[in-house]
Design a protein around this ligand. Structure first.
Ligand code: H2B
Length: 100
């Protein structure tokens, strides 16, 4: 079973921690977004490669855009039309991998 869309309480509990780590909630899409900045393109793409492998294992994939050393990420669960625990997990993985 794929996780269900977070309810209001679950979302309100998750968001403060995410906001403290640089994530923003897009209420219209019920998505979280973050812009990562790395030293250069090689670091940015190296991180994307690690995230891609983790995402594939989770069968949960980011929407993202890379311009040189920046990666803009949007996480939401398309099947649920909003945030699920999969997005929280992937956000954690991304931040851990970005920390090195
Ligand atoms: N990624 C995201 N972000 N949301 C989904 O709903 C989703 C996904 N669904 N990756 C998965 C793949 C689904 O399409 C496959 C068939 O499991």
């Amino acid at each position: 079973m794929r996780p269900q869309k977070l309810n209001t309480d679950e979302r309100d509990r998750a968001l403060p921690g995410l906001k403290a780590r640089g994530w923003t909630h897009d209420a219209e899409r019920d998505a979280i977004t973050k812009s990562y900045r790395f030293a250069d393109f090689a670091r940015a793409f190296g991180w994307m490669t690690k995230v891609a492998l983790a995402a594939e294992k989770m069968d949960h994939h980011p929407e993202w855009r890379n311009v040189y050393n920046r990666v803009e990420v949007v996480l939401t669960t398309h099947d649920a039309r909003g945030l699920t625990t999969l997005d929280l997990e992937l956000a954690d993985r991304m931040d851990v991998l970005a920390a090195g």
